[in-house]
Design a protein around this ligand. Structure first.
Ligand code: 5GP
Ligand code: ZN
Length: 117
């Protein structure tokens, strides 16, 4: 399958590994938007949040289990986990992934959704 993140999991494309277990792989985003910016992905190829169903939803729980472990290891109590689903939401890699961003105080408001009016 021609999928960037499947290739990263397979080690065909290098990445800076943050965490790995049977179900989950985590690595540093190549273009960080915050002091901490990890991507957390299931090893199973799922296109996006719309591809989550009864047969594969357990791996999403594994992703959040991993997130808690990663945060603890990084000594990070506050962080945001973001999933972009679909092109209009900004998804560019169609292998389900969760952005873990932190290490900075974050705001929340219309600006974060790209709306300025
Ligand atoms: P999306 O926009 O699909 O939600 O997120 C894709 C993320 O993958 C982006 O934040 C982008 O910087 C990151 N990314 C794209 N290509 C690579 C790569 O080859 N290596 C790493 N580490 N991150 C990548
Ligand atoms: Zn994939």
């Amino acid at each position: 399958m021609d999928c960037l993140f499947c290739k990263i999991i397979a080690g065909e494309i290098p990445s800076t590994k943050v965490y790995e277990d049977e179900y989950v792989y985590s690595f540093k985003d190549i273009a960080p938007i915050a002091p901490v910016h990890n991507l957390i992905i299931p090893k199973q190829h799922i296109c996006c949040a719309n591809g989550v169903d009864e047969s594969n939803s357990a791996v999403v729980g594994k992703v959040f289990e991993a997130a808690a472990k990663i945060a603890k290891a990084e000594g990070m109590e506050s962080y945001r986990i973001i999933n972009n689903c679909g092109e209009d939401a900004g998804q560019t890699v169609f292998h389900l992934h969760f952005h873990m961003v932190g290490g900075v105080k974050m705001g929340w408001g219309p600006e974060s959704l790209g709306k300025t009016e």
